[in-house]
Design a protein around this ligand. Structure first.
Ligand code: GLU
Length: 434
């Protein structure tokens, strides 16, 4: 019987939870879910100065928003796991794998714990990078604990991974050089070696390390910008992994079904905001109208006319963009008063030309029954006329007459929404204005 797969997500709460960290959590979740296992979360807060509770909260909020499941040990902060570490450090000394030594000239009374380096080459099989070998000689007898109770970071990681039953360590490539020293320690402790997988880093479009100026802000910032979790998860999954084939849009469950480590890439993955927006738009389009409206509510407390949802879905890449459209271009149900010059595209169209077209359109629309007053049908009726007469000179005055705005959805969509009576009224008003 093989052991249950346990992966881990051990963030250091020293900053807001950025995209790269979330991608690591996602890969750990996908691998665990694919294999019927689970992901454990712990906080690696050994850096006391920089670790903050607000960052822990940010990480948890990010995972909750994304809907990534995890379990947590009863004591999840390394800073509170002293009792666990106390069980193991003396053992290392007992078996002769470590020894206490003076901390240094400035601290003659303090004793640190040093690892007795056997000076060997360590080789491990990395699920992404293949066979990896490091010579550990240059590490010397490295310090592993501040004192007999307090491990330094690498020893805490090794003990925690063992205590939490971790079978697979999936983490960023920047940790690969830590692996040999962690293997030295876990072997001295008699622990089983987990399977390692070092995943490629996420890069900015200019191939440099992704940083704040590239948008590597907290994932919760993306939430505030109107991205939806389905899209963020989908896009992040494809940063450094690919299931093969043409399909790009996946749900979290579909990703978990497909995820294997042998398809993780070795090369760094470039993060592009435009691509993320594309994924967001595609996932927004997949929501039902009711669900779309519900998500919009988090961004706008104004009531939303349900007839606008299909238009928003078509045009807005983010929910924030949708709200902005509702407040500007899409705000055409009320009184459409405007500067009459706008009807003429600020002088580009002659008044007689605009008047003639609006009159002709009035006649065309007269024959359309109320039930047929729908965007697609209206377009079929008007398009040939506009094409023959010049689209700009026909459609611009019509659109302004209907919306009163310089920017708005196309006139067919607006007419469909306003209905025949209101459409007729607004065109008549425009003719008067001219
Ligand atoms: N705490 C480390 C980090 O946030 C993770 C270390 C590991 O995965 O072993 O980068």
């Amino acid at each position: 019987m093989t052991a249950k797969v346990i992966t881990r997500y051990p963030p250091s709460p020293t900053g807001f939870v950025h995209i790269g960290s979330v991608r690591t959590a996602l890969f750990n979740h996908l691998f665990a879910a694919h294999n019927g296992g689970e992901m454990v979360l712990r906080f690696e807060d050994t850096d006391k100065e920089r670790s903050k509770r607000e960052y822990e909260d940010d990480i948890l909020a990010g995972l909750a928003w994304l809907g990534l499941p995890y379990s947590m040990p009863a004591v999840a902060r390394q800073s509170e796991r002293t009792a666990v570490y106390q069980k193991h450090i003396p053992k290392l000394i007992e078996v002769g794998a470590a020894y206490e030594a003076e901390a240094g000239k400035d601290n003659p009374d303090k004793k640190v714990v040093r690892f007795k380096n056997p000076n060997v080459k360590i080789t491990f099989q990395d699920a992404v990078r293949g066979e990896v070998t490091f010579d550990t000689t240059e590490l010397g007898d490295f310090v592993i604990a501040r004192n007999i109770d307090e491990p330094l970071y690498h020893l805490a990681v090794v003990i925690d991974d063992h205590e939490m039953g971790v079978t697979h360590v999936i983490r960023g490539e920047d940790h690969i050089s830590n692996t040999p020293r962690q293997i030295l320690m876990l072997e001295a402790l008699g622990f089983e070696r987990p399977q390692y997988a070092h995943i490629p880093l996420i890069l900015a479009p200019d191939k440099t390390k992704l940083s704040k100026r590239h948008g590597a802000v907290s994932v919760n910032e993306y939430k505030a910008q109107g991205f939806i979790p389905e899209a963020v998860l989908n896009y992040l999954a494809l940063l450094g992994w690919n299931p093969g084939g043409e399909q790009e849009l996946f749900t979290l469950d579909e990703l978990a079904k497909l995820f294997t480590l042998d398809r993780v890439h070795k090369a760094g993955a470039v993060f592009g905001l435009e691509k993320l927006k594309w994924f967001n738009h595609e996932h927004l389009k997949k929501l039902s109208d009711a669900e779309y409206a519900a998500r919009l509510k988090a961004f706008s407390d104004k009531g939303i006319d349900p007839r606008l949802i299909p238009l928003l879905k078509e045009r807005a890449q983010t929910l924030v963009e949708a709200v902005l459209m509702l407040e500007t271009e899409f705000d055409f149900f009320g009184d459409p008063s405007y500067e009459p010059a706008l009807l003429l595209q600020k002088g580009k169209i002659l008044p007689e030309v605009a008047s003639n077209h609006l009159k002709a359109l009035t006649d065309l629309l007269e024959h359309v029954p109320h039930e047929g007053f729908l965007a697609a049908q209206l377009k079929d009726i008007i398009w040939p006329y506009a094409t023959a007469q010049g689209r700009g000179e026909v459609l611009w005055p019509l659109r302004v007459a209907l919306s009163g705005k310089e920017k708005s959805p196309d006139p067919f969509a607006i007419m469909g929404l306003l209905g025949k009576e209101e459409t007729r009224k607004r065109i008549a008003q425009a003719l008067q204005n001219l």
